[in-house]
Write a protein that binds this ligand. Sequence first.
Ligand SMILES: Cc1cc2nc3c(=O)[nH]c(=O)nc-3n(C[C@H](O)[C@H](O)[C@H](O)COP(=O)(O)OP(=O)(O)OC[C@H]3O[C@@H](n4cnc5c(N)ncnc54)[C@H](O)[C@@H]3O)c2cc1C
Length: 174
Amino acid sequence: MNHYLPEKAEIIDCKEFPYEKKLFRIKANIDFIPGQFVEISLAGIGEFPVSICSAPHEKGYFEIYVKKLGKVTSQLFKLNEGDFIGYRGPFGNGFPINELKGKDVVIVAGGLGILPLRSFIKEALHNNFCNSLTILYGVKEPLDMLFKEELKEWREKAKVIDVYEEGGKKRICK
Ligand SMILES: Cc1cc2nc3c(=O)[nH]c(=O)nc-3n(C[C@H](O)[C@H](O)[C@H](O)COP(=O)(O)OP(=O)(O)OC[C@H]3O[C@@H](n4cnc5c(N)ncnc54)[C@H](O)[C@@H]3O)c2cc1C
């Protein structure tokens, strides 16, 4: 694949979340390392970088979770299942998976910072390659908490501590 040329790909699933956030599943055969990102392009509008938040073992597609902000993300928000986008990548070094194998790994994420780490968490739990995994995840308020259903699954295999504020009080779920 030429990294300078966008590859055309179909959106095969998308879900909308509070505060103008949307999860897109893009049909593509792409090899990547957790922590890497792609450039998403819309013809005639522009492109923007976004973390891949699905895991490498999930074949045939990748997922991105986008917060609507400016020119390109606003246009992307208008697209749905069956529409096409362009993507280039993956780019970036990704996380040092081999160095983390067999180690006690602690992940600390705030807000959207969980996105590239979700890729790592899913891969680590699927292949069971860390000795232990602890996830510390903080958000401003409950509606900011991403992947709530997955947090329940992660809790079965990892130590998850999530923190958010409600009614001016800090809540900690262990
Ligand atoms: C490596 C990397 C990974 C990333 N991963 C993610 C991810 O997983 N998910 C995600 O949601 N984002 C991610 N981002 C951020 C994402 O790239 C930006 O949100 C995106 O580039 C915004 O593009 P845009 O064209 O919609 O915004 P632009 O139009 O370029 O606007 C950029 C900024 O300017 C502001 N702006 C635009 N127009 C105006 C205006 N008229 N007046 C005032 N302010 C304005 C916007 O609010 C926005 O803050 C990542 C960024 C990087 C570098």
